[in-house]
Design a protein around this ligand. Structure first.
Ligand SMILES: [Cu+2]
Length: 461
């Protein structure tokens, strides 16, 4: 057996060597032939003619995309053999049916299929998803076959720009819109006998209206997104009881806050998981100033974007009074008229949002011209968000709660996941100035403006 194997291997190697030798010979011969061809014009053009003949027989390939509830793609071609690459980019099953011809199978979200239609004569074919109700909801288009039509020619299906104009204008005019519930409300502690500040946080899945009429199953602390704001002072001793009413375990990490290791909130490393239906207490002393966050660490990718997030502030960020930065002197005597928390999120049940709300449900910030305002950005999402305020530069005075020795001005502040930026703003021009993430797909979709956009409304002082 062993001998056979060795012989077999040797025979195999010999074949490979021979094959390689022939390949080299063949390559040399064809390369030489090629050189001759290129010197003789007639030969070269004959080659091109062969290729053209091949292309004539190839089917025309079109592509179509299915979603809720539309069929998109430029479906036009010359008469002949036609195939359609069909991709379902939706969340539910769809198919593509060319009525009177053929159809794909039902494709789940993310699936694709190539639909070969054979030879189609000139004409207009109706294309639908034939799953009951889907055609009526908008999944209908046409396949136009005609002489002189380039494959995928979209001359007959120009977007309806007037309708897009109207949709965008209408969506913007809905702002500001009322929604149920408001997050970031300061949670007052109970003061225990020894002076400890005691807070309770109940984790639960509750209904949350992110924008008018869009109510989701949010994962919340005390029923809001963001959860209640915790504001304490350096030196405070605090106790936080977590009452877990979620269907799964959780924990709370104090992001950007110094704590003893046992209080860091990383199950199962620093503590046991807070099982569903149980309670747990965190105890620590606030060591130093912080612009922090609290959020689940366990299964964070599920729990945090779904709403288990909140702001946690210790003390105040110092204002660089009297300091001159890029030629602008911050007056000594300014008072901060308003502190604006802006918690960014982009995933889970909540989606693209500022403080748990998507446009037009986002909150406008009303200030008086000349006010000095501090805003804190907190990115609890999974993506970066360059936050742009029209007209007014933002003075970045702290990064992750750490005061900067050299603050700097910017009109767009890029906030990555986990980061916090503290900015000082001096809105001095009356008007409604929009304030938004500048990744445009985070603020606009096909039917208009949504998501991470709000406004600063500057009134006459
Ligand atoms: Cu963004």
């Amino acid at each position: 057996m062993k001998l056979f194997k060795e012989n077999f291997l040797a025979f195999g190697l010999m074949l490979v060597t021979l094959a390689f030798g022939f390949a080299v010979l063949y390559f040399a011969a064809t390369a030489g032939g090629g050189a001759e061809e290129s010197s003789g014009g007639g030969e070269a053009s004959a080659g091109t003619g062969d290729e053209a003949a091949g292309a004539e027989n190839a089917p025309t390939t079109l592509s179509a995309t299915l979603s809720e509830f539309a069929i998109t793609g430029n479906l036009s071609a010359e008469p002949g053999e036609i195939v359609i690459d069909v991709q379902n980019d939706g969340a539910i099953a769809h198919n593509l049916s060319v009525l009177g011809e053929d159809k794909t199978s039902d494709l789940n979200g993310g699936e694709a299929e190539v639909l070969s239609l054979g030879n189609l004569a000139a004409g207009t074919y109706t294309v639908v998803c034939d799953i009951p109700g889907h055609r009526e909801s908008g999944m209908e288009t046409e396949l136009i076959v005609g002489e002189g039509l380039a494959a995928g020619d979209d001359s007959g299906s120009e977007p309806d720009y007037a309708a897009i104009d109207a949709a965008f204008t209408a969506s913007i005019l809905e702002f500001p819109a009322e929604t149920e519930g408001k997050g970031n409300q300061v949670l007052e502690p109970e003061i225990l006998a020894d002076g400890t500040k005691y807070f309770e946080l109940t984790t639960e899945i509750t209904k949350w209206e992110t924008e008018p009429g869009r109510v989701v199953d949010a994962w919340t602390y005390n029923g809001t997104v963001p959860g209640p704001a915790i504001k304490i002072q350096v030196g405070d001793k605090i106790r936080v009881k977590v009452i877990n009413k979620l269907p799964m375990g959780t924990d709370i990490h104090w992001h950007g806050i110094r704590t003893p290791n046992s209080e860091d909130g990383v199950a199962p490393i620093t503590q046991a998981l807070i099982e569903s239906g149980t309670e747990y207490e965190y105890n620590f002393v606030a060591e130093k100033e912080a612009i922090g966050m609290f959020h689940a660490h366990h299964a964070g990718q599920i729990q945090v974007p779904n709403g288990l997030l909140g702001t946690f502030q210790i003390g105040e960020i110092p204002i660089p009074r009297g300091q001159t930065i890029s030629g602008v002197t911050i007056p000594e005597d300014i008072e901060i008229a308003q502190e604006i928390p802006m918690v960014l999120n982009d995933a889970g049940e909540i989606g693209y949002s500022l403080n748990g709300k998507g446009f037009p449900g986002t909150e406008p910030y009303v200030v008086q011209a000349g006010d000095w305002v501090v805003a804190n950005y907190y990115n609890e999402g999974l993506q970066i968000h360059p936050m742009h305020l029209h007209q007014f530069a933002q003075l970045i005075i702290a990064k992750d709660g750490i005061p900067l020795d050299q603050p700097y001005w910017a009109d767009t502040v890029n906030v990555a996941p986990g980061e916090r930026y503290t900015v000082l703003i001096n809105p001095d021009t009356e008007g409604t100035w929009v304030w938004h993430c500048h990744i445009l797909s985070h603020v606009e979709r096909e039917d208009g403006v949504f998501g991470m956009l709000t406004a600063m409304v500057v009134q006459a002082s």
